[in-house]
Design a protein around this ligand. Structure first.
Ligand SMILES: Cc1cc2nc3c(=O)[nH]c(=O)nc-3n(C[C@H](O)[C@H](O)[C@H](O)COP(=O)(O)O)c2cc1C
Length: 320
């Protein structure tokens, strides 16, 4: 059973924050297949403190969208406090601090995984957040900056000392980005050393790989990121696999088309037709991964109305 602070979740499978992806429609689709906790995409504290329209849109949530963590990116304690003031008006359950993002423009400003190079400063920032908010605070880290400076164990202990209630760790260094092997041994060492829950991530791409993460790290939960792109069924399949030891069959094309239509409708309701359809284009590609539908995919990348996109989805049912 995964618990963070005074919260207990129905499943230890967590939908990871993904920038440009983890919006309300995406979260609701994944929740309908049993993810136990979800996060907003990362929100820049400075943009939020200026009440930028984009940041505020990313805070949108509904009563079905629970339990929900909001992920904050930043490094200036005063700016973070202003952002937390705004966040306190929303029904979030967890404040997660991002010390993991590898993007150049983020780390060059000393934020995201750039903070892994400054453990003392990171601890200080976490202390400020913990003191300032009444919600449980978690932190997302990577294994270190590069292979010569793997310091997640030190960072994890500092985070725990700062009063953080849960540690999310992607077991790759900043320099690895999203490729190369994930260091599950390191996560196991950290899990053994900490009192707070450790939620592991990195290559949670299938039920079998997720079970491997639980087995190899002894972690309390697993975050699923890329494995959930166009594949919300991963949550239900993994839960069944963890229980029975048998991976249930994947969805057939009719079920995939049903969920695609639901996701598209939810996107259009949330963003309006133009943006909702544009943002759905990449999901068309993910939902149809592995299907021999090159032509439909190419047309989906040009579709601009909801009707057009629905016709392409229905085309999947006819072809396969
Ligand atoms: C497109 C994309 C966007 C991401 N955005 C975020 C983010 O906003 N915050 C964050 O902490 N991690 C972000 N991540 C990292 C994931 O949460 C996760 O830690 C990483 O993808 C490793 O898990 P996986 O190998 O199962 O995909 C992102 C990953 C991807 C692929």
């Amino acid at each position: 059973m995964l618990s963070i602070g005074n919260l207990t979740f129905a499943s230890p499978l967590v939908l990871a924050p993904m920038s440009g992806i983890s919006d309300l429609p995406f979260r609701l689709i994944n929740r309908s297949f049993g993810c136990g906790l979800a996060f907003t995409e990362m929100i820049c504290a400075r943009s939020l403190s200026h009440k930028s329209k984009n940041s505020l849109k990313r805070l949108s949530t509904t009563t079905d969208d629970k339990p929900l963590g909001v992920q904050v990116l930043g490094d200036d304690p005063d700016v973070l406090k202003r952002a937390l003031d705004i966040l306190s008006k929303y029904p979030f359950d967890i404040i997660d601090f991002n010390a993991a993002c590898p993007a150049n423009k983020v780390v060059s400003g000393g934020r995201g995984s750039g903070l892994l190079r400054e453990p003392v400063r990171l601890q200080g920032i976490l202390e400020v957040i913990v003191k300032y908010t009444g919600l449980p605070v978690t932190v997302k880290i990577r294994s270190g900056w590069d292979e010569t400076s793997v310091n997640a164990a030190e960072i994890a202990l500092r985070a725990q000392d700062a009063g953080v209630k849960g540690l999310f760790i992607h077991g790759r260094t900043r320099m690895q980005g999203y490729s190369g092997s994930v260091d599950y041994n390191l996560i196991r060492e950290i899990k053994t050393a900490l009192k707070i829950p450790v939620i592991a991530g990195g290559d949670a791409l299938s039920p079998v790989l997720i079970r491997k993460i639980f087995d190899e790290t002894g972690c309390d939960g697993v975050t699923v990121a890329r494995g959930a792109l166009g594949n919300p069924w991963i949550f239900r399949q993994t839960a069944e696999y963890l229980k029975s030891g048998v991976v249930p069959p994947g969805p057939d094309v009719n079920e995939i088309a049903r969920i695609m239509k639901k996701h598209l409708a939810s996107n259009i309701a949330f963003y309006g037709e133009e943006t909702g359809v544009i943002l759905f284009r990449k999901f068309f590609g993910w939902y149809t991964k592995g299907m021999a539908v090159k032509d439909l995919k190419a047309r989906a990348f040009l579709a601009s109305t909801g009707d057009e996109m629905v016709r392409l989805i229905e085309g999947l049912e006819e072809i396969t």
